[in-house]
Design a protein around this ligand. Structure first.
Ligand code: ADP
Ligand code: ASP
Ligand code: MG
Length: 443
């Protein structure tokens, strides 16, 4: 079985939904994972925010606006009155549900239920379309098999068991549709896999059914060597290893959810990144193989906080780093970069939920300095240290940009640099011409 995930833009209009219906029409077994139509989840977040602020009228207006947008899509999408009515009816029941949450207490539970509406709508509208096109497909509810545990980690055993049992009910079917992003949590409530989480759903499902391939269909022709939102001259990379792709996803390449590579890597399932609007483009294939030694891409992750702890007690002492790391462990806050000197350690985090508590505890070790609005620039490739001149090219490119931290040698796959977010654009552009030969040759 192949898993095909289509992102927000790919299902973002009646026209694109039809493109997707055409792309999936071949005979081999397929599970299609859909995101919400583009813009929907942002709108649902907005509605939830208004409800938190008790701005009921604004929330209802936004909901009615969503209703209108979807009515237009429905009118364009179906040719038969029967399907149009069925879809409008379905839409109305979900709009009414959102509106029903506008009265009464509003908590994170109601918020998550609202956020789930985007994927529920897109999958049902798509299923109606397939029915109208006489394509034999089965809509499987993700809320019945996708579950996270108390630590918000996916419950893989549950997923595998439930999904296998569900698929066994339809031995005659070759085409399954399901929702990305949404799941239940350890309490059985509606929850989600965090923003951009449909990629993660696809990869978890792929791993659960031991798929032959996971395809992530989006609005660009694969993983590019640099952030196309920031740098104009970027190009797609044909092949990446799981490790390279995971680093890029984690350090800001938005095309993939940060956690989505690992399940595929663990089951050695190739992942293809493809363009719905340009299906003939080669895209990127992510597999266990690396396509050679060199820097392949750069990504940037914003919202980073750097913490520096300076203490003369660190000099010639052992156990010091362990005690510092324990503070972060206590607050379940992952550390991304670390650099040390004889009397100080600098580390970065992106989850600032417990920052005040962490700083208070770190102050017991010595003086603590915190820098916000930082960005990690992560250069990713294979056996980087074996390619002479690589670091020279990087530092030459960034000669005018202050570097707050440098991390090199932690793995063969990456060099990370910490800079002020204000310098990000300049840094990514300078690296594009300074490090990537293909760009330099044409510059
Ligand atoms: P989808 O809705 O299909 O999940 P996303 O918006 O989440 O799509 O991801 C695709 C977008 O990721 C692209 O349109 C592009 O702007 C952005 N992006 C950021 N970095 C990269 C990169 N290195 N390569 C390709 N796309 C990238
Ligand atoms: N709809 C969700 C989001 O916008 C999940 C996804 O698109 O992957 O974050
Ligand atoms: Mg995405």
């Amino acid at each position: 079985m192949k898993i095909l995930k289509f992102g927000g833009t790919s299902v973002g209009s009646a026209h694109n939904m039809r493109l997707v219906a055409n792309l999936i029409s071949a005979e081999e077994p397929k599970m299609v994972v859909l995101s919400a139509m583009s813009g929907t989840t942002n709108k649902l977040v907005e509605i939830a925010n208004k409800l938190y602020q008790q701005q009921t009228k604004e929330a209802l207006d936004l909901t009615e606006n969503l209703h209108k947008i979807y009515r237009e899509v429905i009118n364009e999408l179906y040719t038969t009155e029967k399907k149009k009515f069925a879809a409008l009816d379905f839409l109305l029941s979900h709009i009414d549900f959102i509106k029903s949450l506008a009265t009464g207490p509003f908590s994170i539970r109601e918020e998550r239920a609202i956020l789930a509406q985007g994927e529920l709508l897109s999958t049902h509208l798509f299923q109606f379309l397939l029915e109208e096109l006489n394509q034999n497909s089965v809509l499987l509810p993700a809320l019945s098999f996708m579950r996270i545990d108390e630590n918000e980690e996916p419950d893989l055993t549950f997923l595998e068991e439930e999904l296998t049992a569900l698929l066994a009910k339809y031995p005659q079917s070759n085409l399954f549709i399901t929702q990305g992003y949404i799941c239940r949590n350890a309490f059985g409530e509606i929850d989600n896999l965090k923003r951009g989480g449909s990629d993660y759903s696809a990869s978890l499902i792929g791993a659960a059914v031991q798929a032959s391939e996971i395809q992530i269909w989006t609005d660009i022709d694969g993983m590019h060597n640099n952030d196309p939102r920031v740098v104009p001259d970027t190009y797609p990379i044909a092949e990446l290893s799981f490790d390279e792709a995971a680093e890029l996803a984690y350090f800001g390449a938005k095309i993939l959810h940060p956690s989505s590579v690992l399940p595929a890597k663990q089951k050695n399932i190739p992942v293809k990144l493809l363009n719905t609007m340009q299906p003939e483009a080669k895209g990127t294939t992510i597999s266990a193989q690396s396509s050679g030694k060199s820097i392949k891409a750069v990504a940037a992750k914003d919202g980073i906080v750097a913490i520096n702890v300076k203490s003369s007690r660190m000099l010639l002492a052992y156990g010091f780093l362990r005690r510092i790391f324990e503070v972060f462990e206590e607050y379940k806050t992952p550390i991304d970069m670390v650099t040390t000197s004889e009397v100080a350690v600098s580390l970065t985090i992106d989850n600032t939920k417990y920052l005040p508590e962490i700083i208070a505890e770190l102050k017991e070790f010595g003086s603590v300095q915190v820098d916000t609005d930082q960005t990690i620039i992560c250069l990713v490739g294979d056996s980087i240290e074996e390619v002479p001149g690589t670091t020279l090219k990087i530092f030459k490119s960034l000669k005018d940009i202050p570097l707050r931290m440098i991390s090199y040698g932690g793995s063969k796959n990456n060099i990370s640099l910490l800079i002020a977010t204000a310098d990000k654009k300049q840094a990514l552009k300078a690296l594009n011409t300074g490090v990537f030969e293909r760009i330099a040759e044409h510059a």
